[in-house]
Design a protein around this ligand. Structure first.
Ligand code: USQ
Length: 382
């Protein structure tokens, strides 16, 4: 297939580009380096410096013989995205091109405005570029489990059947996001759903939990092919942060009571899920929604897992609760359904102490790059 990856330089976009190119697809990866720019502006640079996209594609070609085509530009410019859809004529688009950090979206007015504008305009431009130039193209959109919040009922996969006063109907599962970033994802879903039911767009929305990991088949070929690995409070997700804190000898920063439960998945499983979504496209007027997670843990359980992984390497890991910079439930019910992708054939890589210890070994090799200043939260929710 011809596959366009939007946000091809990102933590998920780059490994996805390599994975799909290795499977024989014709891949075009697009990015405007927004994450790299924000990382510099906020002193949140990744642990391991990564070459730019052109250079990464060159190294990837050298190692595998496969090609990843690159284009650098801003998808907020409608003509830029339209040109790519017109000339490349993709069968599928994987849309990661969003400002993905919840803390950044709450930093101040400028950051909130940028997140809102970027995420919604890019999604809307993509929709129109597809409708006008390749309406049968399947959009695989990265959503987030955070759209649902933490409801006191089981979380279904995207939809909920409701019986009200003797009548039944099916609706999008209620959304109640915990940050402005997560709210932009809710708005994306609504936009896509409108265009699906009104213009026959084909969309799969992947509701993903926090991802952890570094290793993929392709990134294992050369350290320069590793994804951007963040441990700062802006872009670092909790598991990746804890592993760096453990190596740095900083007590793990459990926010508040640590009873916050989320659905996690290994980076390798993100790649499987995207592949499964591409190979099982939504039909016309169908918005397919999958909950993309493989296991659920509280923050305290994660900290314990990292402590055990540290033991395997002879590292003594301390855990210390700090005041929660976020406004979120710290002790709550959480039971998301996730059978859709498993039924399609997803084979999860679970979070064992060995898996975490392998990651810690990579982090140890780059220990000199760790800056303690980037670890503690710099953004408060209110
Ligand atoms: N947390 C801590 N200590 C830390 C960092 C985080 O206790 O040092 C807690 C947070 O308070 C939260 C949980 O860990 O309760 C997860 O936080 P996170 O920073 O790993 O995840 P989040 O901000 O929700 O966002 C990340 C990605 C985002 C994606 C989302 C999936 O940055 O792009 O959409 O995970 S989900 O969380 O399911 O919405």
């Amino acid at each position: 297939m011809k596959i366009l990856i939007l946000g091809g330089d990102g933590y998920l976009g780059w490994p996805t580009s390599m994975d799909l190119a290795s499977k024989g697809h014709e891949v075009l990866a697009v990015d405007n380096y927004s994450r790299r720019t924000i990382a510099m502006q906020t002193s949140s640079e990744a642990l391991i410096p990564t070459p730019n996209l052109e250079e990464r594609a060159r190294i990837f070609k050298e190692k595998t013989g496969e090609t990843i085509n690159i284009s650098i530009g801003d998808l907020k410019d409608f003509r830029f995205i339209e040109d790519h859809i017109k000339t490349f004529q993709p069968d599928a688009v994987v849309h990661y091109a969003e400002q993905p950090s919840a803390p950044y979206s709450l930093k101040g007015y400028e950051e909130a405005h940028y997140t809102l504008k970027n995420n919604l305009e890019v999604t809307h431009n993509l929709i129109w570029a597809i409708l006008k130039n390749k309406p049968e193209c399947h959009i695989v959109k990265l959503g987030t489990m955070g759209e649902y919040g933490c409801p006191n009922i089981d979380i279904e996969e995207g939809w909920l059947e409701i019986e009200h006063k003797g009548r039944k109907d099916k609706f999008l599962f209620p959304r109640a996001a915990g940050s402005l970033y997560h709210t932009t994802k809710v708005l994306d879903t609504d936009l896509l759903w409108f265009y699906v039911r009104t213009y026959d767009l084909k969309v799969t929305d992947l509701m993903q939990g926090p991802v952890y990991g570094l290793s993929t088949t392709e990134s294992d070929l050369d350290e320069r092919l590793l994804p951007n690995f963040h441990y700062d409070d802006i872009f670092g997700t909790v598991v990746n942060r804890f592993l760096v804190q453990a190596v740095a000898g900083v007590p793990l920063t459990v926010y508040g009571k640590g009873g916050q439960v989320r659905g996690y998945l290994n980076l390798k499983d993100t790649l499987q899920c995207v592949d499964l979504a591409i190979n099982n496209p939504a039909g016309e007027r169908e918005l397919k929604i999958y909950n993309q997670l493989t296991e659920t843990f509280s923050v305290n359980q994660l900290a314990e897992k990292v402590r055990k992984a540290g033991e395997l390497l002879g590292i003594n890991v301390e855990v210390k609760s700090i005041p929660n910079p976020r406004r979120e439930p710290e002790d709550h019910y959480y039971n998301p359904s996730n059978t859709g992708l498993l039924d399609l054939g997803l084979r999860p890589h679970f979070m064992t102490p060995e898996v975490l210890a392998d990651m810690m070994e990579i982090v140890q090799r780059h220990k000199k790059n760790i800056s303690i200043n980037k670890i503690y939260p710099r953004v408060k929710w209110s």
